[in-house]
Design a protein around this ligand. Sequence first.
Ligand SMILES: Cc1ncc(COP(=O)(O)O)c(C=O)c1O
Length: 326
Amino acid sequence: MKYLRKITLAQLPTALHEIPAFARRLGHQGKIYIKRDDLSGLAAGGNKTRKLEYLMADALQQGADAVITAGGLQSNHCLQTATAARKLGMDCYLVLSGEKPEHFNGNLFLDLLTGANIEYVTRAEREQSMEKIAADLRFRGKKPYVIPVGGSNPLGAVGYVMAMSEILRQFELMRIACNRIVIAASSGGTLAGLVLGAAMGGYTGKITGISIDRQARGADAFPPQLARLANQCAQLLEVDLRLKAEDFELEYGYLGAGYGVVGDNERRAVRMLAESEGLFVGPVYTGRALGALIDCIEKGKWQNETICFWHTGDMTALFDYSADLL
Ligand SMILES: Cc1ncc(COP(=O)(O)O)c(C=O)c1O
């Protein structure tokens, strides 16, 4: 395997610990662990830190002095990118889909504190808007670096190949025989990296991605896209492994009323973890994914399994959803 250049943005390894009171409350017979990438060490934490370690190293190597990325109004990825840019002395341009709100809250509020330049557009306009900002900056003699939505390109996914290697060492040291990892999936770089890392490291348990915003059907079905991303990542790493769409296990039944809409599933998950363990998951990604885990266990699907919920962050977005959660 080829080692790619990275910079340190995260405090690694992130903690891995059991959440026994949560398991008891659910009546689950096996053990449940939580991998704390919400404590990644950059800004308010989250999965994007590991991707940015590789993406920002590439930006620096290319001599970039500004980064541009896009996401939703409460995007964790955008906040993480803005803080990473500041840490490295770069300007940051965020293209956010949604209307400029009257009051700023959650991640958007923190974006503004970093002094990031923000543009509000529709979801369909995001790509074009990023290109336009990049062109304007180049015209002014700046060197912008564009990071795709979610940091989900083959280089970003390397962060989660390495995360898999990290957790496999923790499983070994802590003598955890993990049957299943459960994690939120959206732009896919996190899951693609983990599944590739699992194949490289010989992990024999399952990895279940909970789709946060994609339907199971459609021409752009998610698993082939994940396999493509993982295979491009393998090529970058010069690893002789190829994954297929069937290597990705996804649950699509938890989309509720759509992306970012909090319903009973998310409400219950946020409250159950907070009440039982004093820990917080977010409303958009981790609350939805933990809600799926709760539902699958209640339906008896994963009986007696040792499960690891991979906490990918998103807690700061809770503040924008207080009315939906209480
Ligand atoms: C908190 C959180 N969890 C999970 C994800 C999903 O990661 P990916 O986009 O790599 O699938 C995201 C993506 O934005 C996120 O912000």
